[in-house]
Design a protein around this ligand. Structure first.
Ligand SMILES: Cc1ncc(COP(=O)(O)O)c(C=O)c1O
Length: 394
C-alpha cells in the first residue's frame, strides 16, 4: 500500500518503542516462561468501584438523548464538574465551564491544542527526555519541534530554553510530573520559565503558550509539592485525563483547560470545538462524560505506587544504580550501568525483563521503568537488575 512518506518516516523514528513491544511479543511466542514487563505505562489497578457504580446507575436510569451528538466541547454537566474541581485545586473563584473542553484522553487534548495553535513552521519547544509522541503530534500539525535538554536533575534549563526561543516559538510543551523521569518541576523552574516567557513577550510582542501535559498530576507522592504552572503563568493551557488517576486509559476521557487569562481565549474555545470535528474526534465519549462528574474528586492509588517505587528503587540503589528520585507518576529513569542503554536493555532481556532504553526518549544512557505492575513482577525483576548491574559495574 502506498503509505505516505511522512508516516513511513515516523514509523522508522518510533522504532525503539516498537522494538521493545516486538521483543516482548517474540519472547512470549517463543517460550511459555513469563516475561517481566516493566516497559508499558498501563495502570495495574482496576478502576474504582465508584466508576462501575456510576456506569450501572446511568444505564439503569432513563438516558434518553444522552447518546446523541452534543456541542463539540462536551456536555455542560461534565465541563461544569471539571471547572468546579479546578476551582478547589487552584483556589480560584468561578471558573467558567467554557474554559474546559472535554477530550479523547490527554493525547486527544494535546493534539487538538497543537492543531489550533500552530501555523506551518511554528516552533514548539520540548524538553528532553520527552514523551515519545510529542514530535509526531507537533509535526503532524505542521509545527517544528525544538528539543532542549533538561538539567542533570531533570529540571528546566532556563538558559538553554532562552537560547531556543525565537519569534517563531508558539509554545513550550512541558510534562510535570514527567514521563519518563517521574520528576516534577520545582518552583524555581516554573517561576523562572514564566519570567522568561513574559520577558520574551515584552521583547518580541509574541505570546508563547505554556502547554502543560499533565496526566499524572494526581499521582504526586507529596501532593503539596506540585507546582502548578497555571498559578504562575497567565498563558497556560492544561491538558490532562483520567487515564492514570482512575486507571481508565482505554476509556479515552480527558480535558483541556485554558487559563481564563490566556491571550485569545475567546477564539481558542470555538477553535478547539472546530478542530475536534475536523480531526474526526467530534466529541469525547458521551458515557464517560456522564460518569466523570461523580468521579472528579476520587483518590488515586498514589500510596500504592509509592510503595512499589520504594521497594524497586530501593533495591536498585542498593545494587549500585544511580537515579534522580521521582516526585510522582509510576516511572523511574535510572542511568544504565556501563552507559550504553541498548547494551543494558539486551542484557536485561536475557533475564526476561523488559524496560525502555532512554534513547527512545531522546536521552541515551538511561532507561525507563514503569512500575505500575503487580508486586510479583517487581519481585521477579529485582534479581535480574542485580545480576545485570554486577555484569556492567564489575
Ligand atoms: C506524558 C504523557 N502525555 C500524554 C499521555 C496520553 O494520555 P491519555 O492516555 O490520557 O491520552 C501519556 C500516556 O502515557 C503520557 O505519559
Amino acid at each position: 500500500m502506498a503509505i505516505a512518506n511522512r508516516i513511513k518516516q515516523n514509523l522508522t523514528g518510533a522504532s525503539l518503542i516498537r522494538l521493545v513491544a516486538d521483543e516482548g511479543l517474540q519472547m512470549r511466542q517463543q517460550s511459555d516462561k513469563p516475561v517481566w514487563d516493566l516497559s508499558i505505562g498501563n495502570p495495574v489497578y482496576e478502576p474504582p468501584q465508584e466508576f462501575r457504580n456510576a456506569i450501572i446507575d446511568f444505564l439503569r436510569q432513563d438516558s434518553s438523548g444522552y447518546h446523541r451528538y452534543m456541542p463539540n466541547n462536551g456536555h455542560l454537566s461534565a465541563r461544569a464538574a471539571v471547572a468546579q474541581q479546578l476551582e478547589k485545586e487552584l483556589g480560584w473563584d468561578s471558573i467558567s465551564p467554557d474554559c474546559v473542553m472535554m477530550t479523547v484522553g490527554c493525547a486527544g487534548g494535546i493534539s487538538l491544542t497543537l492543531k489550533v495553535l500552530l501555523d506551518p513552521g511554528d516552533e514548539v519547544i520540548i524538553l528532553s527526555p520527552y514523551f515519545v509522541e510529542y514530535k509526531f503530534y507537533i509535526e503532524g500539525h505542521q509545527g517544528v519541534p525544538v528539543v532542549v535538554p533538561s538539567t542533570p536533575e531533570f529540571q528546566l534549563d532556563i538558559a538553554a530554553i532562552e537560547q531556543a526561543l525565537t519569534t517563531q516559538t508558539k509554545a513550550i510543551l512541558i510534562n510535570t510530573p514527567n514521563n519518563p523521569t517521574g520528576v516534577a518541576y520545582n518552583k524555581e523552574s516554573i517561576t523562572q520559565l514564566s519570567d522568561l516567557l513574559r520577558a520574551h513577550k515584552d521583547k518580541t510582542g509574541k505570546v508563547v503558550y505554556l502547554l502543560n501535559d499533565s496526566p499524572y498530576y494526581k499521582l504526586m507522592y507529596d501532593e503539596s509539592s506540585y507546582v502548578d504552572p497555571l498559578k504562575h503563568y497567565e498563558h497556560t493551557i492544561l491538558m490532562t485525563s483520567f487515564s492514570k488517576s482512575l486507571s481508565i486509559p482505554g476509556e479515552r476521557i480527558g480535558f483541556v483547560f485554558a487559563s481564563p487569562t490566556c491571550e485569545d481565549l475567546e477564539s481558542f474555545v470555538p477553535a478547539m470545538a472546530f478542530a475536534s470535528r475536523v480531526v474526526g474526534f467530534v466529541n469525547a465519549p458521551a458515557l464517560m462524560q456522564h460518569v466523570i462528574p461523580k468521579l472528579v474528586s476520587l483518590p488515586t492509588h498514589v500510596n500504592e505506587y509509592k510503595a512499589k517505587l520504594e521497594r524497586l528503587g530501593g533495591a536498585l540503589k542498593e545494587a549500585g544504580y544511580e537515579m534522580v528520585w521521582p516526585d510522582g507518576t509510576f516511572y523511574l529513569f535510572p542511568k544504565a550501568p556501563g552507559g550504553d542503554d541498548m547494551a543494558f536493555f539486551h542484557a536485561l532481556k536475557e533475564h526476561r525483563v523488559l524496560v525502555v532504553p532512554g534513547s527512545g526518549f531522546g536521552w541515551p544512557g538511561h532507561f525507563r521503568i514503569s512500575y505500575c505492575v503487580d508486586d510479583s513482577v517487581i519481585e521477579h525483576a529485582i534479581p535480574a537488575f542485580e545480576a545485570v548491574a554486577k555484569q556492567f559495574l564489575s
